[in-house]
Design a protein around this ligand. Structure first.
Ligand SMILES: *Cc1c(COP(=O)(O)O)cnc(C)c1O
Length: 376
């Protein structure tokens, strides 16, 4: 069986270190706050080339806190790409703002800046730039557009640990960046976790206070905040895994390069484009084909797991019916039935990648034959 993801295999490769880290946290009773959290925050800030990192409970909270700290006008409009996980939009509405969906690029699937431009009104306050699948958004153009219109940019980096836009790690190119350490992300905890990064000391201080009951010291609360903290166990585990992250990302890139090479002549699929100004970290390798469901089944019959990210575009979800943006003029609302995520991760061998491509090509070869020779 070739799995789309194999977290136990990853654990086995670093078992002693992870087990020791867990034991240390328990021995020190350093469950909430404390040195393991601080150490990971410092190391992760450093890794992302950010001045500040604040650990929070998950990636969705990170987005909500980032939106709150920017103090946007009440009931403003925030532009969100319609192809993402629901958190990118959910955090907007839950913070008292309005979601306006925009389209995605047809080659790299990140936010379509021409389309963002069309959706800016005098109520728009911010843009959520999702570095989807590990590919960075075109931040140069987006920052220009945001400046011209006096808008904030929140980078949703949940799928983009280590991703680079023109040799700069994502997260601090816009105003503030958010990360998720959900177990299946490129850097995943053994439970929920998240982080916010920024280069602005005031924003950093305020985020930390919001995430910790609005306080600066134990019982001194300056305002009402909330409880959203990265815990000691998760931080200690993440700190072990962070050391291996670049190796793991490079293995993902190697697998992606095999997919790229082996599928380049397969006319029945559209492979993702990596723009040349990027370090794409391939959280997901997403192809598209009009025969998506049949191909998925064929691969499953050959013991190859695949996924779909995402099967229903956000504007088409019941939750967003009220936005009236489910029209098929938007690329995102058409392409969701064609997307297929091939297995991706450091658990894959080079042989696995060749095997996956060969099974994929067999599938289309068979279809072609069945057309030319119906009795076959
Ligand atoms: C996973 C994810 C989130 C949410 O992260 P959680 O830690 O699960 O709350 C937000 N945005 C995107 C793009 C994601 O993929």
């Amino acid at each position: 069986m070739i799995k789309s993801l194999d977290l136990y295999k990853q654990y086995e490769s670093i078992k002693t270190e992870v087990d020791n880290a867990i034991q240390s946290v328990i021995r020190d009773s350093s469950f909430i706050g404390g040195k393991y959290v601080t150490q990971f925050e410092n190391n992760f800030a450093n890794y992302q080339q950010a001045d500040y990192c604040i650990g929070v409970a998950n990636g969705t909270d990170a987005l909500e806190i980032a939106i709150e700290v920017l103090e946007l006008p009440k009931d403003s409009e925030i532009i969100v790409p319609g192809n993402s996980f629901i958190s990118s939009a959910e955090a907007v509405t839950r913070s008292g703002h309005r979601v306006v969906f925009c389209d995605a690029n047809q080659d790299d699937y990140t936010i379509n800046i021409a389309d963002v431009n069309k959706r800016i009104t005098d109520k728009t306050s911010a843009i959520i730039a999702v570095h989807l699948y590990g590919h960075p958004c075109d931040m140069g153009s987006l920052v220009d557009l945001a400046r011209k219109n006096n808008l904030k940019i929140i980078e949703d980096c949940a799928q983009a640990h280590g991703t680079e836009y023109r040799n700069k790690r994502v997260g601090t190119i816009g105003d503030i960046g958010t990360f998720s350490f959900y177990p299946g992300k490129n850097l995943g905890a053994y439970g929920d976790g998240g982080a916010i990064v920024t280069n602005d000391p005031e924003l950093a201080k305020k985020c930390r206070m919001i995430a910790n009951h609005g306080r600066i010291e134990k019982y001194n609360h300056e305002f009402e905040g909330r409880n959203s903290r990265l815990d000691g166990l998760q931080a200690a585990i993440l700190d072990v895994k962070l050391k291996y992250l670049d190796n793991w990302l490079n293995q993902r890139i190697e697998i992606a390069n095999i997919y790229k090479q082996e599928l380049k002549n397969e006319v029945n699929i559209i492979a993702p484009v990596q723009q040349n100004w990027t370090r794409h970290t391939y959280h997901l390798y997403v192809i598209r084909t009009s025969k998506r469901d049949e191909l998925k089944k064929h691969l499953a019959n050959n013991n190859i797991q695949t996924g779909i990210h995402y099967p229903i575009a956000l504007p088409k979800l019941k939750a967003y019916e009220y936005t009236n943006q489910a029209d098929e003029n938007m690329f995102i609302n058409r392409v969701d039935k064609e997307l297929l995520s091939l297995p991706m991760g450091e658990h894959l061998s080079v042989e696995d990648a060749y095997q996956i491509c060969s099974k994929l090509r067999n599938f289309f070869g068979r279809i072609a034959n069945s057309f030319s020779n119906p009795r076959d």
